[in-house]
Write a protein that binds this ligand. Structure first.
Ligand code: NAP
Length: 250
């Protein structure tokens, strides 16, 4: 699975959500460095300006909007004819005990983490089929799409939904040669400040990971690239856990 193999087999236009920071930014940088054309979805004009400075305008189109808003998704669908790859990365969290979860929190988180993934996949795989593109969809799930955790009823519900959706969609899309998989990371440091301000909490989490290592966002980006390349041509409906063994057992 050397670099040259990726260069020969890569596909061209990749849509990435939540591209303005964190894991999404790393994925965008990776795909850009591998010569993909990018469709990047971000939530603020500030992030759009930052990305415009970083990337060549001819290769990257950036759209600003809220993925909880279905009309934004419809707008993207109208503006973009087709893509080869979809990376559904954008996500948000809720750390409330089950009894502290408000209806609006549940609705919002399911809209962003699950429904946006569903709708973008539905819309853009239809376009792939029309163009006979054997594309790839990668959904950012979590170790908490496989096991529960305290105070994570909403987050776990959304990521289990993403896992179930991915498996069922793999069946519907397989006959068109379209693949769909998830990546399920353990704790991934996206903001260096975390290392300073939440040391104690991070130490507890790290201790629960058999390999005693957090996941690195660059490793997730590399996995995304693998899942969009023909090196993964017979992988669909799978979840690749990059969790240092967290979900392997107690
Ligand atoms: N970091 C981890 O430890 C970890 C572990 C397992 C799984 N994951 C999953 O990996 C993915 C990326 O996580 P991350 O750590 O990079 O998160 P992050 O740093 O919080 O970034 C989340 C991204 O999603 C965007 N987003 C959130 N709500 C949105 C909305 N309503 N509309 C449009 N965009 C929205 C954010 O935009 P703004 O910048 O505007 O907020 C941001 O770009 C998520 O799906 C997360 O659940 C992360």
């Amino acid at each position: 699975m050397g670099e040259n193999l990726f260069k020969l087999i890569r596909m061209k236009i990749t849509l990435i959500t939540g591209a303005g920071r964190g894991i999404g930014l790393s994925i965008s940088e990776k795909f850009y460095s591998e010569d993909h054309n990018l469709i990047l979805l971000v939530r603020s004009n500030n992030q759009k300006r930052g990305l415009e400075k970083k990337f060549d305008k001819k290769k990257v189109k950036i759209f600003v909007g809220d993925l909880a808003n279905y009309s934004f998704i419809k707008k993207i669908a109208k503006k973009i004819n087709f893509v080869h790859n979809i990376i559904n990365n954008a996500g948000t969290r809720n750390d409330n005990h089950i009894h502290g979860v408000k209806k609006s929190d549940l609705d919002y988180l399911i809209d962003v983490n699950f429904k946006a993934t569903f709708y973008l996949t539905q819309i853009f795989t239809k376009k792939m089929i029309k163009k006979k593109i054997k594309g790839s969809v990668v959904n950012l799930s979590s170790q908490l799409g496989h096991v529960g955790a305290y105070n994570r009823t909403v987050y776990c519900s959304s990521k289990f939904a993403v896992e179930g959706f991915t498996k069922a969609a793999a069946l519907d899309l397989g006959k068109y040669g379209i693949r769909i998989n998830t990546i399920a990371p353990t704790k991934t440091i996206v903001n260096k400040k975390e290392l300073l301000f939440t040391k104690k909490r991070l130490a507890i989490i790290r201790n629960k990971i058999p390999l005693k290592k957090f996941t690195e966002k660059e490793d997730i980006a590399e996995l995304c690239l693998f899942l969009t390349s023909s090196a993964s041509k017979n992988i669909t409906g799978s979840s690749i856990k990059i969790d240092g063994g967290w979900t392997a057992g107690k």
